[in-house]
Design a protein around this ligand. Structure first.
Ligand code: SF4
Length: 431
């Protein structure tokens, strides 16, 4: 090919679409994330104790005590999304001897911890921003794999776990005896954490942190709810990017700033009739299960091809936890996630979302890591489709292990869903 032809072709080629500048809310979020890791490092350098925490642990307790806490699930998600997971997965399943069947967040984090502990030479792509913990905060309201994962961390690094047992909840409400059981553990946890860290409990500060946390839950829910407009003002996948504000910083005013800004940006789109979804919205769907972080862009590209916008997700809302005192905290954290929701609760929440957001289909992420979630998902799919007539498809994936996904499978499943959604649309038009 001659240089001339190349130049002519270049001239004729459409100019690349300019990248949308990052909205201010994302910039604030970036600063918040940086501050989280910087503050933990500085605390460590000052000789203060730093913790690692399960993502749906009552974070407001650590916040009240002024403790610096980092979140392995969130950190592992970031590594997976940046396609940096492979050396950690290999290390965990190889030299460290863990099973391939474990949750991939656990595998990533156990290998990362081995490096911090001087037992592995895997290069840390972020230079070790997850500083080595002195204690662990754990609940089993999400799943029991977390329990085993943290027990291994505790043994590996010889550090204590502060654990709140919420048990699997078979009811669609929280019994009073369960509230008392968890409340007693919260009281003990506060005493134990104060003794271990040398910090003192300040009731007034707790009330303030709780108010901030409530405000953040409200703002987060509101941002999610604004996607009920047609067409949606936001590409639903973008909300996944903001989850760290809720997962890692629920009790902080910096999250209030991020979420107020996000709400304002969404409202502006509504007022101006614009949307961040890059093509015309043809179909509205809900997403069930954790985001498939290593393939988020492939998911989005495939959906965009058909004008499918994901406007509702059961995943992100799990962090909107509301309560007004320590009893309320016990109740709310018992009812917060997979181990706390029985199938009836899962179905009624999803039914409400399908109706509210006008979803024409559902995509279920059958996540190899999340066995408990998948198990319930099969029954939820069956009952929800029977109740609503809304079609669904599922695909095999993993929230952090890139090896458990097939681009071809995802594409054909979405193609199938589109055919059914199109037929439904056509039938409605002919009604
Ligand atoms: S198995 Fe699923 S719910 Fe449990 S820790 Fe892993 S990703 Fe979270």
């Amino acid at each position: 090919m001659s240089e001339q032809t190349t130049a002519a072709e270049t001239a004729a080629a459409p100019a690349p679409k300019p990248r949308r500048p990052k909205p201010k809310s994302m910039l604030l979020l970036g600063e918040q994330t940086q501050a989280l890791f910087d503050n933990a490092r500085l605390a460590k350098e000052r000789g203060e104790k730093v913790g690692w925490s399960a993502s749906i642990f009552p974070q407001e307790i650590a916040e009240t005590l002024g403790l610096n806490v980092l979140y392995p699930e969130n950190h592992a998600a970031g590594i997976a999304a940046r396609h940096q997971a492979d050396p950690f997965l290999q290390e965990c399943e190889g030299p460290l001897g863990y099973s391939n069947d474990l949750c991939a967040y656990a595998k990533l984090n156990l290998a990362y911890a081995a490096v911090l502990n001087g037992e592995s030479g895997v290069e840390l792509p972020d230079g070790g921003r997850m500083v080595k913990p002195d204690f662990l905060l754990l609940t089993n309201n999400i799943c029991n794999q977390l329990t085993k994962w943290y027990e291994n961390l505790a043994r590996q690094m010889d550090i204590p776990i502060f654990f709140i047992d919420t048990c699997y909840n078979p009811y669609d409400y929280v019994t009073e005896s369960r509230v008392r059981y968890v409340r007693a553990q919260i009281d003990q946890l506060i005493r134990d954490l104060c003794a271990f860290t040398g910090k003192a409990w300040d009731e007034e500060r707790f009330q303030r942190v709780m108010r901030i946390s409530q405000r953040n839950s409200y703002l987060w829910e509101r941002a999610n709810d604004l996607l009920d407009r047609k067409p949606s003002p936001l590409s639903g996948f973008e909300l996944f990017n903001y989850m760290s504000a809720m997962v890692c910083n629920r009790g902080k005013e910096s999250s209030t700033a991020v979420l107020e800004q996000l709400n304002a940006e969404i409202e502006q789109h509504i007022a101006e009739g614009t949307s961040t979804f890059p093509v015309e919205e043809q179909f509205r769907v809900s997403w069930d299960g954790i985001a498939c972080w290593p393939y988020l862009s492939h998911n989005l590209r495939t959906l965009k091809k058909y004008g499918i916008n994901m406007v509702a997700s059961s995943y992100g809302k799990a962090w909107a936890i509301e309560y007004e005192d320590l009893d309320g905290m016990a109740r709310a954290y018992c009812f917060a996630s997979t181990n706390g929701d029985n199938a009836t609760t899962m179905i009624s929440r999803r039914l409400e979302a399908l109706r509210k957001f006008g979803c024409e289909g559902t995509i279920y992420h059958v996540n190899r890591s999340c066995k408990v979630m998948d198990c319930q998902m099969m029954e939820v799919q069956r009952q929800l489709a029977a109740l609503t007539g809304v079609p669904f498809t599922s695909f095999d994936g993993d929230q952090a292990d890139y090896r458990n996904y097939s681009e071809a499978q995802f594409e054909t499943r979405i193609q199938g869903l589109v055919e059914v959604m199109e037929q439904n649309k056509e039938a409605k038009r002919n009604d």
